[in-house]
Design a protein around this ligand. Structure first.
Ligand code: ADP
Ligand code: MG
Length: 243
């Protein structure tokens, strides 16, 4: 249901990745692990056009976009199919929790303020933050802020949610509640592509784990295959380091 093929991204002379292919099935939870600097964030950003890849087809449902010649309409169409959860939450400091969630519905989906605020309140109720609707990010804990960040992505009713290390900026005490919300989404069969260093989450929740190194998908498989029977030496070394 979601495919990218031949995806290539360079910054100046340096190639982050070349000719990457991936297909994700509807409802599938795919977790990408791997050392830092290997292109995981750039990959997610290229799927959502926060960065533009030099080459590659991105297809989600009925939307197909050629990275090399995407125009604004293509990019908007693709963004309507995806939600993005950032490492540092990226909430608007001058907006309440409810406004943060409603904003994308108004700007990306063209909803009225009234409808967007109603939906935002529903989402906040759903994620256990109904009483924080009028709070500004500075008044929320890190865990609550990131749950709002996830709520913002959920509000889009996106085919695919992209998570870029959603817990790595959090104090340890808040990690559990954020992973808990992600597990809830997984149980609802929300299709997700997750970059994380939370190996326990990957073991428990992923349908498929991909080990990425040096811009390549070095090895992929079920959590059992990747964590209990790793084949590639770089993966074995990586698991020793993080384990
Ligand atoms: P990861 O998320 O796996 O840690 P990144 O995707 O952030 O890796 O980075 C991959 C490579 O691309 C790194 O070498 C990084 O320095 C480089 N890079 C990322 N973003 C930019 C940018 N905006 N401009 C130049 N180089 C970048
Ligand atoms: Mg990264």
């Amino acid at each position: 249901m979601m495919t990218f093929s031949q995806l290539t991204k360079r910054f100046g002379d340096s190639t982050v990745f070349a000719d990457l292919d991936l297909t994700i099935n509807k409802g599938e939870i795919v977790v990408i692990i791997g050392p830092s600097g290997t292109g995981k964030s750039t990959l997610l950003r290229c799927i959502n056009f926060l960065e533009q890849a030099e080459q590659g087809q991105i297809t989600i449902d009925d939307v197909n976009v050629d990275s090399a010649k995407a125009n604004k309409a293509d990019i908007l169409a693709l963004r309507r199919k995806t939600g993005f959860v950032f490492q540092n939450y990226a909430l608007f400091a001058h907006m309440t929790a409810k406004q943060n969630i409603a904003e994308g519905l108004i700007t990306v989906k063209g909803w009225t303020k009234e409808d967007a605020y109603r939906k935002a309140q529903q989402i906040l109720d759903d994620i256990g933050l109904g009483d924080k609707a009028e709070s500004y990010p500075a008044a929320l804990s890190g865990g609550q802020q990131q749950r709002v960040g996830i709520g913002r992505a959920m509000a889009q009713d996106a085919e695919l949610l992209l998570f870029d290390e959603p817990t790595s900026a959090l104090d340890p005490e808040w990690v559990g509640e954020v992973l808990g919300l992600m597990k809830t989404l997984a149980q609802r069969h929300q299709t997700m592509l997750v970059v994380t260093h939370e190996m326990q989450f990957a073991r428990e929740v992923a349908d498929r784990v991909i080990f990425m190194a040096d811009g390549r998908f070095v090895e992929q498989g079920t959590p059992d295959q990747i964590f209990n029977h790793p084949q590639d030496q770089r993966l074995q070394k990586f698991l020793r380091q993080v384990g």
